[in-house]
Design a protein. Structure first.
Length: 185
C-alpha cells in the first residue's frame, strides 16, 4: 500500500456532501430561511380566523362599549320599609340553606347551627356580609346590611337562638340637626 493511496482515502472519508460554495448557499437557505417562512405562514394561518374588526356590526353598541363608564351609581329608595328576615331568607339564602348545598347549615337544623350560634350574632352577620368558605358575600346585593342581619337572625332563631332582630338605623345627627333647623324656620 502506498502512502498516497491512504492519504486520498483519508480525505474522502472526512468530506461531507457539500463540495462547493453554491451548495453551501443552498444548504443555508433550506436550513435557516425556509423554516422561518414556514413558521410565518403557519402563524398567519392560525391567526387568520374570521374575526370581526372592532367597531363592525352594530355601530351604536360599539360606541357604547368604547365610552362605557368605569363605575356605576345605583340609587335606591332609602325610605322604603325594611324587608323581614323571612322574606330575605326566601329570596337570597334559601337556595343553599334550605337544602344544605355546599356545606351550608340547613334551616332549623339545631345541631348544625349550635356552634355557629355560640359565636354570636356579630360573627354570623360578618360571615353573611363578607362570605365564608363556599358562601359568597351577601352584602351590597339587593338587600341592605340590616336586612341581611334580619335574615341571619331569622335562620339562627329558627335553630334555637334568641337573637333580637336588628332595627332600622337611626337618622344621622347631621340630618337630625338639619331637620330641626328647617322645622324652626
Amino acid at each position: 500500500m502506498s502512502a498516497n493511496g491512504q492519504d486520498s482515502s483519508h480525505e474522502e472519508a472526512h468530506t461531507g456532501p457539500i463540495k462547493n460554495p453554491k451548495q453551501v448557499l443552498l444548504a443555508s437557505l433550506f436550513a435557516f430561511v425556509v423554516p422561518i417562512f414556514v413558521i410565518i405562514g403557519l402563524v398567519y394561518y392560525v391567526t387568520s380566523a374570521n374575526k370581526p374588526a372592532a367597531g363592525t356590526g352594530d355601530p351604536e353598541k360599539a360606541i357604547a362599549d368604547r365610552i362605557q363608564k368605569i363605575g356605576m351609581v345605583e340609587i335606591r329608595d332609602a325610605n322604603r320599609p325594611l324587608r323581614a328576615g323571612e322574606e330575605v331568607f326566601k329570596a337570597q339564602c334559601a337556595a343553599c340553606h334550605a337544602t344544605g348545598a355546599a356545606g351550608a347549615p340547613k334551616f332549623q337544623d339545631a345541631a348544625a347551627w349550635s356552634a355557629r350560634i355560640a359565636t354570636g350574632y356579630d360573627v354570623l352577620l360578618n360571615s353573611a356580609l363578607k362570605g365564608k368558605n363556599a358562601m359568597g358575600a351577601q352584602g351590597g346585593g339587593d338587600f341592605t346590611d340590616v336586612e341581611i342581619g334580619r335574615a341571619v337572625v331569622y335562620m339562627a332563631n329558627a335553630a334555637g337562638a334568641k337573637f333580637e332582630e336588628p332595627k332600622a338605623p337611626a337618622a344621622a345627627p347631621a340630618d337630625a340637626a338639619a331637620s330641626a333647623s328647617a322645622a324652626a324656620k
